[in-house]
Every structure is written in C-alpha cells, then in structure tokens.
Design a binder for this molecule. Structure first.
Ligand code: BGC
Length: 399
C-alpha cells in the first residue's frame, strides 16, 4: 500500500540537486502538508509505537551506567497498548478495554523510572537468572557447588540483588514487537556462564501479548526466567483482586515449607483450597486455616500444569464488574500463582499505596528450587543448546 510516508520519501528522493530556491520551498511545504495529513489520517491510537503520554516518556527516560533507559509503546488496532521499559525488560503498563470499550491499565506499576529502581516487589520485570527460590542459596552442578545471594532469609529469590531486573537491556524496535537483550556475565550473582538472554514482546491484533524468551550460555548453568507482572483486571489497583475468578489447569501443586521452598511432593489439588480446576473466586478459600496458605500468607505456590494441546489456556481469569478476561498460554511446566500477599502499602504508584492482595501474578516458570530437587524437571542449560519458552497473556471482555 502507498502510504503518505512513502510519498514523502519519494518526493525527497526525486528532488534534483540543482533545483531553484522557490521550488525547494514549495516542496518543503508539500512535505509538511503530507506529514500533517498522515497525522490526521492515522489516529495516534493506531500508530504502532505512539506514546500514551509525552510526560510519561520523560518520566521514564534516564541514563544508567552510560546506557539510555527509555519507555517504548506497543499499540494495536483493537484498543490495546503496552508500555515497556528497557530497564529490567519491564512491562510498565497494559491498557485494555473493558466490556463497554473503556480503557484501563490492568498492571501494577510506578509513575516514573525511579519507582522501578527502588522497587522491591519485582513489578512487571523479567526475573532470573533463577526466578523463584533456591534453597539455602546454593546448588550443585556437575559436581561443583555454587553459591548465589541470600536475599530471602537463607534462600535466594529471583536471582539475587541487582540481577537482570535491574539492568539496562539493549533494544530493537520492530513493527509490532520490542526485542530486548542482555548478557549476564559469568559469575554474575554466583551463576556460572555468560548467559545471553533475549525477550521479545509482541502485541497481536487479537489483544494477545506474546513473550518469547531465548537463552544461550557458554558454560553449563541453571536458569529459570519469568515475567513478574502483577495484574488487577478492574483497572483500579486500590481494589483487591479477591473477587476475580480464576481457573488453573493443574491437578497438582508443589507444597512448600515455612520458607516457601518446595518439599518435593506433587500434591493433588482436589479437596484442598488449591483446587482451581473450575472457576473460583481468588478470595473464596484464601483465608482458610490451611498450613500451605498460612506459610504463603495466601497463594504463593507453583502449580504443576496439566499437559495441554498448546491451544488451550493454562489459566483463565475473569473480573465480572469490568467484564475483562485474561487467558494465559505457556510452554513452561509450571506457574507461580502469587496473590500479592507481601504488598503492604510501601510501594506507591498510580495514585495508590499498593495494599496486600491488590494484584496477582501468574509467573510461568520451571519449578522452584529445581537445581536441588532431582525429581523436578531439569533446569540445566548447556553450551550449544538454546533454551526457548513462550508465554502469552491474552485479553478480551465479556458483557
Ligand atoms: C514470590 C513471592 C515474593 C514475590 C515478590 C513471588 O514470585 O513467590 O514470595 O514475595 O515474588 O518478590
């Protein structure tokens, strides 16, 4: 299709070098007119990378260790927009229409990049090199013992401090996608091997946000990479998520000890508060006097996903007042269902102090502490191999 941008380019190419001054002025004028026409014909909401708000672009722009931190926007023609920062490859906001077509941001986040620098709750970022926990912050790999940071009692959580979520990633902007890459150096937070990680966020016209992860290493290592987005489908993060209804396609979960390390058992959900095989309100059983819920202060557990054909969602979430629905698809074996139990009002953004259970995470993942649990699927990546995984969050609405 011939676009106005193409016409402008062609006009520029066609301009002969010896053209007289008046003619040049006329052509410049034509270019300005065509550019404004482009702006009128294609509304901002339909331009693939048009920012939601210029002030926000400024609030999320910075330089860290000589590298530019920027806010990128992906938009589609179905009313969805996603803001992404290359700091931590972070999802900053996800805007989706409700049942009446009203726009709402369904992500917990901050109002400036400083919030993400100081944040302790991993809002929207990519977590690794080992998402979730490693018991006693150590593991053995090929006979050698490795020590990683103890940042959660005696355990290691989400790769340790200043991990990939606090790095500035390199960016390539593509048509309907943003590609981010980073290298976590050999020995970074104690993990072996130079690990090259790529994350591609693609926004489809059916309101799916597809996340493709790829990793390669030059030494054997362990890895578990996930995204730590907190969702609240009402679009109003001052409300709790307890009335959201959720269905998880998992017949089992991995129970934990008091430090949230899996015991190794795969426990059937049937007859427990962890049975989400049919739609159930998140809040229905959350305060039961159940040992697992007491340990987690709510749900903070890895669900063992049933094998699906790949076309079926592994998780579905419904929020009736807004009519918003989210479906999750993944190639990963597990999902951490975390109900924001440790949010306590100290993280502030979007005009609210985020309180307990005002957001939920569905962190698709390998199983927690797998490097120490031989019965769990292996998380070892070797040189010459490419680790790939894909997770999709798909949004829709129902009246
Ligand atoms: C963990 C929680 C933790 C949260 C924020 C989740 O993935 O399972 O226990 O509080 O991340 O760090």
């Amino acid at each position: 299709m011939v676009s106005f941008q193409n016409i402008i380019l062609q006009v520029q190419v066609m301009v002969p070098v010896n053209i007289n001054h008046r003619m040049k002025k006329l052509l410049a004028l034509i270019q300005v007119v065509l550019a404004s026409l482009t702006a009128c014909v294609v509304p901002p909401s339909h331009r693939a990378h048009a920012p939601l708000d210029e002030d926000r672009v400024g609030a999320f722009a910075d330089t860290v260790n000589g590298k530019a931190v920027k806010l990128y926007t992906l938009r589609n023609k179905s009313g969805m927009a996603v803001e992404i920062s290359n700091y931590g490859a972070t999802l900053v906001s996800i805007h989706v229409p409700d049942k009446d077509g009203n726009d709402g941001n369904v992500l917990l986040g901050y109002d400036s990049i400083q919030g993400f620098y100081n944040g302790k709750s991993y809002f929207g970022c990519v977590v690794g090199r080992y998402a979730n926990r490693i018991a006693k912050a150590s593991f053995k790999l090929e006979g050698k013992e490795y020590h990683v940071p103890q940042n959660d009692g005696l355990n290691s959580l989400h790769g340790g401090i200043n991990s990939i979520d606090k790095q500035v990633w390199d960016v390539r902007v593509m048509n309907d996608a943003i590609r981010l890459t980073t290298v976590s150096k050999d020995g970074d937070n104690g993990y072996p091997g130079n690990l090259k990680l790529t994350v591609v966020y693609s926004l489809r016209t059916d309101n799916s946000l597809v996340i493709d992860y790829t990793a390669v290493t030059d030494k054997p290592t362990v890895l578990n990479i996930s995204n730590h987005a907190y969702f609240n489908l009402t679009g109003d993060p001052s409300k709790t998520i307890l009335d959201h209804e959720i269905k998880i396609n998992a017949d089992a979960f991995t129970p934990v000890d008091s430090t949230l390390i899996p015991t190794g058992e795969l426990k059937k959900v049937s007859g427990t508060p962890f049975d989400f095989t049919q739609f159930k309100k998140i809040g229905k059983d959350i305060d039961q006097q159940d040992q697992q819920l007491i340990f987690g202060k709510g749900y903070d557990h890895n669900f063992v996903l049933n094998k699906t054909t790949g076309t079926l969602p592994v998780v579905e979430v419904m929020e009736k007042t807004s009519g918003r629905k989210m479906e999750v698809f993944t190639t990963q074996p597990g999902v951490q269902f975390y109900t924001g139990n440790f949010l306590n009002g100290t993280e502030v953004g979007r005009g609210v102090a985020y309180q307990q259970r005002t957001g939920f995470c569905l962190e698709t993942q390998q199983f927690p502490d797998a490097p120490n649990q031989t019965a769990f699927p292996s998380t070892v990546l070797k040189p010459g191999e490419t680790w790939k995984s894909q997770t999709t969050y798909k949004f829709s609405s129902v009246k």
